[in-house]
Write a protein that binds this ligand. Sequence first.
Ligand code: DQA
Length: 147
Amino acid sequence: LKICFINGPNLNMLGIREPEIYGESSLAEIEKEMQILAQQQGAEIDFFQSNHEGKIVDYIQEARDRFDCILINAGALSHYSIAIYDALKAVEIPVIEIHLSNIYARESFRQQSLISPLAVGGVFGFGALSYKMAFLAACELLAAGQK
Ligand code: DQA
């Protein structure tokens, strides 16, 4: 199983940035936790972060031949990036959406996601636990597909 985590703009600031909304964990700490979980699940992961929409689009295009599933927290780009929407649509591998915060309980501009309509499912509102739950969901999904 090969699974990637894609993290969009400002997620490199986790731990420092609005901890009351996004939690105290840094992205490096979340990555470490995911590496341990991946080892337990016998999966291989790649953890990617970029503040640049184009770099995320490049990464998604390359994911087609590299991964079985994409887990993505596109940050603010989730709410308006048609380029990321198009890239995810083009790769044709399952997508699971992640958000640390409950985007539906926040400002109205966050209450729309362009990623949700093309995702298998999503996990939001549980802080760093959203990553763990999304990863376990991906493992179950892929294992079910192999039966
Ligand atoms: C976020 C929610 C977005 O609205 C915000 O722009 C982020 C983080 C989350 O994980 O809760 O950068 O994706």
